[in-house]
Each structure stands twice: as C-alpha cells, then as structure tokens.
Design a protein around this ligand. Structure first.
Ligand code: AMP
Length: 358
C-alpha cells in the first residue's frame, strides 16, 4: 500500500541529505518532520517541523513515531537501538539491519563476502601485536581504519611497505577502539552506484559515477564513469544483490574500487542517499532523493535513466565564494544547504554541470 499524499514522513538527521529528501518529499505531496539536535538545521529549514533532541532520546523517538506515517534516515550512524525501538511502532526504511551491517567495517565486509561480493582483504585489529601480524600477511602495506564512526577518510592510517615491527602505540593513537586493517588496493579509479529497492522488491540502479576525493572528502562525481560496459553492469548487479540480501527498501550508495583489469571490490556501502548521487538531480528525471521517497512511500520507482552527461562538484568551506561566478555559467545547477558558517572541510553545497550525452 502506498502512502497517501499529505502523510508525514519522519527523517532522522537534519543535514543536507535530509534537506534534499524533505524537498523531494514535498514535491510528491508529503509532509516531513526532522529529528535533529541542532536547531535550525539544513533539513528543518525546508521541512514541516523539527524535534530538537538527541537521536536516541526515548521521548523524542516516541514523538517522532506518533507524528510520522513512516520514518527514514539520512545518515548511517543512527543508533540501531533507536531504529529498532521506532520500528516497533512505525515502519522504518531502510531496515535497521542495514544500519547494523554498515556501521561496522568488519560486519560490512563479512556480510559482503558472505553474499559473494569481493572486498579488500581485511583483518580485525585490537592490539599492536595483531597489527604487526596482519601487516605481515599483507606484505607490509595496508590501511588501518576504525571499525565504527569513520567517514570522509577520518580515523585512518596508511602503511606502505613497512618493515615488520615498530608499531607500538599505534592502537592507542587510534583511540584504543576496535580497528580493521585492509589490504592496500591498487585501484585504477573509484566509482559508486546509487540504487533503490521498492517495497515490492523492484530495483532501479543509476549509472556508476567516477569519484575523485580531495583531503578525504568527495570532490567530483563524473558521468559517464569511463569504465567498460561490463564493469558498469557488474557494479549495478552487485548493488542489486546487496539490496535483495538486506531485504532493503530505499536508496543505497555502494562505493567500489575498479582494478586495472576492470574487476571490482566494494569499499563500503551507505544505507542512505549519497553525496556521489547528487548528480542525479541535474542529469536524471528522477533524482536519488525522489527515488528514496518513492521507495519508502511504497510508490513505483522512477526510471534511473540519465538524459545528460555531467560533473558534480562539492563546495567545501570557502568554495562557496565561487557561487556568483558559477551562477554566470549556463547548464549549471546549484544547490546550497542553508549553512550559515563556511568552516574548513564543511560541505556548503554542490553544483552539477551538465552536457549533451555523448
Ligand atoms: P573510506 O573512508 O573507507 O571510504 O576511505 C576513504 C578513501 O581512502 C577511499 O575513497 C580511497 O580513496 C582510500 N582507501 C580506502 N580504503 C582503501 C584501500 N583498502 N586501499 C586503497 N585505498 C583505500
């Protein structure tokens, strides 16, 4: 059964992704209410209401459940207990299991390998001795990451061709939290696929984007991604496999490393709309945001087809000063997030330049 127009969709998280979800929901005739501790957050500026509380506050969650016909979220670190508590009262999409799997890099990779999807090799690491042993098995190179709460390259340390030993104090420097060592992937490029699964199990996957990062933050997403047709197809198929295995409803972002021979390893999955899918709002009839709302509201999914080639670029911190110049360009779509202060590293907005499809 699809959600009648006029119903309220609850959104956990008040950042730019929540803002763009609320805008898409409004266009489909829905109301939105946002749970976010920061007052006047980007999402609440365009939503119908905000509950200004912590994401795991029981009273706030009860209020959100009472106010919403369904609940979704815009970031993957929603406490699983909060999602489960909500799910006892109101439908929550994507399912809490997707959060559980994606919040821990170890469970994420174990899950992916379990459904036949390749990742970098990995070893859980809790001590300097385990790190030494794991690095040895990877020939002295690898990337050490915190298992939880890492994003935009934060909480990571790269080892290249290290002699064994000499790692005393590394785990302490990483905060004495559970870690994972990944083998170093000599990727040729990074791509991502944004895909959606509807309540009826239908799947729609967009074309892969080629992503370039700067200082650990996404800089550009380019379409077409410049990969072989078979590689693009394999990426879409992998995304569909993940969606089905999680009995997923909504949009997911799947990041891949492309190796020189065109084969793929999944880097990570994000159970939400994704920065590398912002291009869809300018180059597709149905954006990832509308697609997500369609999916969680039980509506038919839209076509993921792309009418234009494009490059999406993030505006980080002071990049936002480029806006007047950018606006003078034709074929450019700008999106600002309503953030008052342009701090270094802060995502202030993005723009997408479109061009005729080659
Ligand atoms: P992540 O936070 O896991 O998305 O990692 C941030 C970035 O670090 C990725 O987009 C890659 O550019 C790089 N990276 C992460 N893991 C690996 C790996 N195992 N091998 C090589 N590069 C990696």
């Amino acid at each position: 059964m699809s959600l009648p127009a006029g119903s309220t969709i609850g959104i956990i998280g008040g950042g730019q992704l929540g803002r763009m979800l609320a805008m898409a929901a409004a266009r489909l005739g829905y109301r939105t209410i946002v749970l976010e501790p920061q007052p006047d957050c980007p999402a609440a500026q365009v939503a119908n209401g905000q509950i200004t509380s912590a994401y795991d506050d029981p009273a706030a969650l009860a209020e959100l459940a009472a106010a919403s016909a369904i609940v979704t979220y815009e970031f993957e670190n929603v406490p699983v207990t909060a999602a489960e508590a909500l799910a006892a009262k109101v439908a929550v999409y994507p399912p809490a299991r997707a959060l559980d799997v994606a919040q821990d890099r170890l469970s994420e990779k174990t899950f992916l390998n379990g459904i036949g999807i390749a990742t970098a090799e990995f070893r859980p690491v809790d001590t300097d001795e385990e790190l030494t042993a794991a690095l040895k098995t990877f020939g002295g190179s690898g990337i050490l990451k915190t298992r939880r709460m890492g994003y935009d390259g934060k909480g990571q340390r790269v080892f290249r061709n290290m002699e064994a030993g000499g790692f005393a104090g590394t785990c302490e420097a990483m905060g004495n939290v559970p870690l994972i060592l990944e083998s170093f992937v000599p990727f040729e490029r990074e791509i991502s696929v944004i895909a959606a699964r509807g309540l009826d199990g239908a799947v729609a996957a967009y074309d892969p984007a080629a992503n370039v990062h700067r200082n650990g933050i996404l800089h550009t997403s380019t379409l077409p991604a410049g990969v072989k047709v078979e590689t693009a197809e394999a990426a879409r198929t992998a995304a569909a496999t993940i969606l089905s295995a999680l009995d997923y409803v909504g949009v997911i972002g799947v990041e891949f490393f492309v190796l020189a021979d065109g084969s793929l390893l999944v880097n990570e999955i994000a159970p939400r709309v994704h920065n590398s899918g912002h291009w869809t709002e300018a180059a597709c009839i149905v954006s990832q945001f509308e697609q997500h709302i369609r999916a969680v509201a039980g509506l038919a999914l839209g076509s993921p087809g792309r009418h234009s080639d494009c490059v999406m670029e993030n505006l980080i911190g002071d990049d936002v000063l480029r806006v007047p110049t950018l606006l003078a360009e034709p074929d450019l779509m700008l999106h600002l997030y309503g953030k008052a202060e342009a701090r270094p590293g802060r995502k202030m907005g993005h723009f997408t330049r479109i061009s005729r499809r080659a």
